[in-house]
Ligand binder design. Structure first.
Ligand code: NI
Length: 185
């Protein structure tokens, strides 16, 4: 397995739409394992393929280290799609591509998710609370959306200076990154 560098805000690939997979190959499985390794190295609980420069609709989630979610198995979701949602919940979020910024975002509390598993079998599952939150955040990545886009104008304003620094490549993290000035894609 390999730890892949994570693209930070300002990199064009974070603003592009990832494409659905039509099949799974050995390379796909290897890539998913690398995504897990990368997420863990960065102490993240979710990662989307865009964040490592790949425009495929794949996300990985592992919240098993979060108190209360020890039973939640790490999962890869391929071509994930929300087919129903209900209720709203405000939760604090952060993002490995937007380091050291955290703020509250409102999203659906409960979702019905349809995706393909690592055997490319279609699965439907209902997620609520933190698992739903992480999946919604990661699906946004696949659509070129960052959580800071969803902040109210005054909250966004409060993070402007930090965002400006990230976008010019001033990023202080202990995991490998590709910052915007160095991003080829
Ligand atoms: Ni993120």
């Amino acid at each position: 397995m390999a730890v892949l560098p994570i693209y930070t805000d300002g990199s064009p690939v974070l603003r592009q739409k990832a494409q659905p997979l039509t099949k799974i190959t050995d390379a796909t499985i290897q890539f998913i394992l690398d995504m897990f390794e990368t997420m863990r190295k960065a102490n993240g609980i979710g990662l989307a393929a865009n964040q490592v420069g790949v425009l495929q609709r794949i996300i990985v989630v592992d919240i098993s280290e979060v108190e209360g979610y020890e039973e939640m198995k790490p999962a890869a979701y391929i071509n994930p799609k929300v087919i129903a949602e209900r209720d709203k919940l405000v939760m604090e979020e952060g993002c490995l591509s937007v380091p050291n910024i955290r703020d509250e975002v409102e999203r659906a509390e409960t979702i019905l998710l349809r995706y393909r598993d690592s055997n490319f079998k279609i699965v439907e599952t209902e997620l609520s609370g933190l698992p739903a939150r992480v999946v919604l955040h990661e699906i946004d990545h696949l659509d070129g959306i960052l959580f800071v886009d969803r902040l109210s104008p005054d909250k966004k304003e409060a993070h402007m200076e930090e965002l400006r620094k990230i976008r010019i490549g001033e990023v202080d993290v202990d995991y490998p990154v590709v910052t915007a000035p160095n991003a080829a894609v």
